[in-house]
Write a protein that binds this ligand. Structure first.
Ligand code: UD1
Length: 355
């Protein structure tokens, strides 16, 4: 059997790594990794391949950044040639980025089977580009690997036949479990013992410049009591430059996007994480670190129901209040969801090997 994995953006790489390793234990399966090039900076891409031991991708389509339509179309055109040439039996796509939906669409038109790793998540917010990618990919996929039961329920509601759906657990947590012991020596220098870790990159937070300004002011206020460590995503860096906020004018500890191990070390040591990322809501739940999510909704409700995640919406006052509670030691305690046990990818590999 020949499998092609398609990845494009940073969070895909942590999901690919354990699946690639687990399938590698079946010598009869040949694997090829295609990187679309949606993310291309060294610290948004290559460093993850290096640290996670996946090896360099076999093919890089080098699509780069563009509008949603252009980026999606470019992935489709370039990936179609790969599928026609390599004739895979199964294509695995990951998460909810533009590359995921584009590759699934190509395969559906060429009648090549698609497996979606991290299927079924829904924010029910169609203004999020990722929600559109999730809906499209799940409609087209032949195998849907879900991280938690809410995913199965969402797919059932959308009419996806149950026999296509496999509840396997969370592959992002597989990577975390494997890498946690190694991350200890990767903590960036000069990080104080107590700090808040911040990441922001959603268009809903960073493309609305008035809101972004207000949010950064809230963080500046907080930083008089608690150091704010803030690795800045390239999209956010551009917007901060647009409003004249950069390292020299800010009290925030701004840094470049961090490699996987350094960021994991930061999450583990943080007093609180303030974020709009999807994966970080899951990682903090596993690490039992308090997480304030600056969004009105989440496609990962289990992190709120069972984990340490609190949705604070677009409300600076709520951020300050929740932060006060956490710093006073009155934080929400959570549990690790079922099947977030470091073995999700092995379950995926078993299912694929049995096809
Ligand atoms: C993408 C995903 C998002 C994911 C995020 C993780 C979609 C729709 N969005 O958002 O779901 O959470 O990745 O990071 O697929 N840029 C660089 N260097 C890079 C990559 C991007 O400078 O290596 C800059 C470019 O100016 C680009 C902007 O960042 O226009 C946004 O990149 P893009 O891939 O379009 O979306 P993300 O915001 O990264």
């Amino acid at each position: 059997m020949r499998i092609v994995h398609v990845v494009g953006a940073r969070p895909n790489l942590m999901k690919l790594a354990p699946v690639y390793r687990a399938i590698g234990k079946f010598p009869e399966i040949e694997q090829l990794v295609v990187h679309t090039g949606q993310h291309y900076d060294f610290n948004m891409s290559d460093v993850f391949f290096q640290q996670l031991g996946t090896g360099a991708p076999d093919i890089n389509l080098q699509v780069g950044s563009a509008s949603h339509a252009k980026q999606t179309a470019e992935v489709m055109v370039r990936f179609e040639s790969v599928v026609l040439e390599r004739r895979p039996d199964l294509v695995l796509v990951y998460g909810d980025v533009n590359s995921t939906a584009a590759a699934a669409l190509v395969c559906a038109k060429l009648a090549v089977r698609v497996g979606h790793v991290e299927a079924g998540l829904r924010s029910f917010d169609r203004l999020m580009p990722e929600e559109i990618n999730r809906l499209v990919t799940d409609q087209l996929a032949d195998l849907l690997f879900t991280p938690s039961e809410d995913g199965d329920r969402n797919l059932n509601r959308e009419g996806i036949p149950g026999e296509k759906v496999h509840l396997v657990g969370n592959v992002m947590i597989d990577t975390l479990v494997r890498m946690l012991p190694a991350c200890q020596t990767h903590l960036p220098a000069d990080v104080p013992s107590r700090f808040a870790l911040v990441t922001l990159h959603r268009p809903s937070n960073v493309d609305d410049l008035d809101w972004l300004k207000g949010l950064l002011q809230t963080l500046e206020h907080i930083s008089s009591d608690l150091t704010i460590v803030f690795p800045v995503h390239p999209r956010t860096r551009q917007r901060m430059n647009d409003i004249g906020l950069n390292g020299s004018t800010s009290r925030l500890r701004l840094m470049e996007p961090q490699p996987y191990l350094a960021f994991l070390a930061l999450q583990q040591r943080a007093a609180v994480v303030i974020t709009d990322s999807g994966g970080i809501q899951e990682e903090t739940t596993y690490l039992q670190v308090p997480c304030l999510t600056v969004r009105e909704n989440t496609e990962r409700p289990i992190t709120v129901e069972m984990g340490t995640n609190i949705l604070v919406g677009r409300d600076p006052e709520r951020i300050r209040k929740e932060l006060e509670m956490i710093l006073a030691g009155k934080m929400k305690r959570g549990q690790v969801p079922p099947l977030w046990d470091g073995h999700a990818a092995e379950r995926i590999a078993e299912i694929i090997a049995g096809l």
